[in-house]
Design a protein around this ligand. Sequence first.
Ligand SMILES: [Zn+2]
Length: 163
Amino acid sequence: MDSEKINPTTLQPRNPPCTGRAYSPSPPKRTHAASISFTPPKRLPPAATTVRAPPAPGYYAAAPGMGHPSGYNTATPMHALQRGPTPVDCPVCGQREMTRAETHSGNTTHGWAAVLCCCFCLGCIPYLMSSLKDVDHYCGKCGVMLATWHNSGRVDVHHAVRN
Ligand SMILES: [Zn+2]
C-alpha cells in the first residue's frame, strides 16, 4: 500500500530553463518637458505667524495706559514670590510696594548643616550661604511680614489678599 507514498524526487522544484537573456525592462518613456507645469508653493496665511502667546499664569498686569501710582504696574501674587524683593499689593495697608526681603536660616539650612557637619565637619557653611536660606518678605510700607519663601520652593503666605 505504498501508492500514496510520494517520491521526493518529484517535489524538487525545477529550475526554469535558462533563456540566456536577462529580463530588461523597457526604457522609460520620455515625457515632453513642455507638458510639465511648475506650480509655485502656496504661501501660508500670514495670520498663522502672528499668534500671540497668552500671558504667563500667576501674573496680572494693569490696564494698558494706566500706570499704577506706586510706579509698579504689575504686582506679584503672594504665592508667586521668589527670593528677591518683588512688588506686591500689601493686604494689610493696601499699598503696592516692593517687599523687603530678609534671609533667615530655615529647614533647608539646618539640613545642609547636618549633612556637611557629619561628612566634612563644615556645619557652619550653610549658615554663611544666603542661597541656602529662606527669605522673609516684609511690606515696604508697613513692615508687616507678608510671606516666607522657603528654599524648597514653597511659599508661606502670612497675610491673604483681601477680596
Ligand atoms: Zn503693608
